[in-house]
Design a protein around this ligand. Structure first.
Ligand code: FAD
Length: 404
């Protein structure tokens, strides 16, 4: 028995290894990851890690977990190629790992900035703990920071660095912050709150080029012609899935590695999960590639079951969180088909939720500092329960009573 090999030791890969054992898989489990450190949590990197010089990465599992569970963890190891015919992985450096089944949990990487000056020192993006260390070190001696991209990671970093006393400007091409992700009411609220802490927010604006001196960035020249001094530029313009291994092996791709409901790729002994996987979501009926810890870990659990021969379809309700300064944002469901919303709570108080309806069906809830709404929302959406909008407006007690 050659066992299961998992490529990528991030949130999805580590959970897949753990779930294989929890589900009773007895054969060899090999977990290959190209990063040097023990697998760690990514979300704190843009939140707490970069502001605390003493912060250490938080391990996903203690180091003994791997040996106790007979998981052959190979950090600092890059897979170069999948040899489908030979049913083995070729590693950089010449080694091979044979397998019966493989799980691709290769994640995604920051989209590359393509403009003059992008190669200058101080132009950074954030994906790994190595990236976070660079940002933390450089920000200690940086006065002016420009964040390109008003998505979750960019805004989390902007809020954190502003709290640390930096001059921060966010430059976003679209009309509003978090435009792809949340309702306009939340975008407006986040903008207002960030601005009240002194973050400058420029929408419908892009960076034309970056200027430097001695190989290091000194300024960003905007589409408006303005020249913004900057000793650090954070690039947060989204991610691209790591599909190269799948691509050269000839697996079907479609904005990610295409998988079916049981997470098998077009080659049945190869599964794909997490940020790298694209699938038809049962919940919305649309093709999605989700970038969240929930998606990575829930898919990992199902992938383990698939390998063990269980029938099952991936149908988890998607949820996500982000901490931007004093705003805890929590999202559940997929709001893509939203055509009306109900807002409860108090924006002035920095506590409110937006309930999204598609027709008369509740499809998503976005909350700011209302964790109880989020938790109840996860239960309601998981049960396929759609409260009447008037029940939502009537408040938490009415909603709970209706759901009970
Ligand atoms: P990853 O965790 O990225 O793991 C993939 C691993 O595979 C990486 O270590 C990569 O180096 C490795 N790899 C790739 N190719 C190879 C190869 N050929 N050989 C060997 N190894 C390879 N999600 C939330 O839900 N909430 C949050 O608040 C949140 N905050 C985030 C903050 C930051 C700064 C970042 C970067 C992400 C955040 N996310 C958050 C997203 C979340 O971390 C990802 O969705 C999740 O990590 C996806 O898991 P994954 O295993 O698919 O990918």
């Amino acid at each position: 028995k050659n066992g299961v090999v998992i490529v990528g030791a991030g949130h999805a890969g580590v959970q897949a290894a753990a779930s294989l054992r929890e589900e009773g898989y007895d054969g060899p489990v090999t977990l290959v990851g190209d990063e040097a450190e023990l697998p760690y949590h990514k979300p704190p990197l843009s939140k707490t890690f970069i502001k605390d010089p003493a912060a250490q990465p938080q391990m996903l599992r203690a180091d003994v977990f791997y040996s106790n569970n007979r998981i052959d963890l190979r950090p600092g190891t890059m897979v170069e190629r999948i040899d489908l015919g030979g049913r083995r992985l070729d590693l950089v450096g010449g080694d091979h790992i044979p397998f019966d089944a493989a799980i691709l949990a290769t994640g995604s990487r920051p989209r590359e900035l393509k403009l003059a000056g992008a190669e200058l020192g101080g132009v950074l993006s954030l994906r790994s703990v190595a990236d976070a260390r660079l940002i933390r070190e450089l920000s200690a001696t940086t006065g002016d920071v420009v964040v390109l991209g008003g998505g979750f990671i960019g805004l989390e970093i902007a809020a954190t660095l502003r709290l640390g006393g930096r001059n921060v400007t966010v430059v976003e091409a679209q009309e509003r912050l978090l435009g792809r992700a949340v309702a306009p009411a939340i975008s407006a609220h986040v903008r207002h709150r960030l601005e009240s802490t002194g973050v400058r927010v420029l929408t419908q604006t892009t960076i034309q080029r970056l200027e430097g001196g001695n190989g290091h960035v000194t300024a960003a020249i905007l589409s408006t012609g303005e020249r913004l001094p900057a000793q650090m530029v954070i690039v947060g313009i989204g991610v691209v899935p790591n599909v190269e291994l799948a691509q050269t092996a000839g697996l079907t791709l479609s904005n990610g590695i295409r998988v079916d409901g049981s997470l098998r790729s077009s080659q049945p002994e190869i599964l794909a999960i997490g940020d790298a996987a694209n699938y038809r979501h049962l919940f919305s009926g649309t093709d999605v590639r989700l970038e969240s810890v929930q998606n990575a870990t829930d898919q990992a659990r199902l992938a383990a079951r698939t390998i063990l021969g269980h029938e099952g379809r991936y149908d988890s309700v998607p949820w996500f969180w982000s901490d931007i300064g004093d705003m805890k944002l929590q999202m559940v469901g997929l709001a893509g088909a939203s055509d009306s919303t109900v807002v409860v709570g108090d924006m002035a108080d920095n506590k409110f939720s937006v309930y999204h309806y598609g027709g008369n069906r509740l499809i998503a809830i976005e909350s700011v500092n209302r964790p109880a709404d989020h938790m109840l929302g996860r239960k309601m959406l998981g049960a396929g329960f759609s409260p009447h909008p008037e029940t939502v407006t009537a408040g938490a007690d009415a909603l709970k009573a209706a759901f009970a």
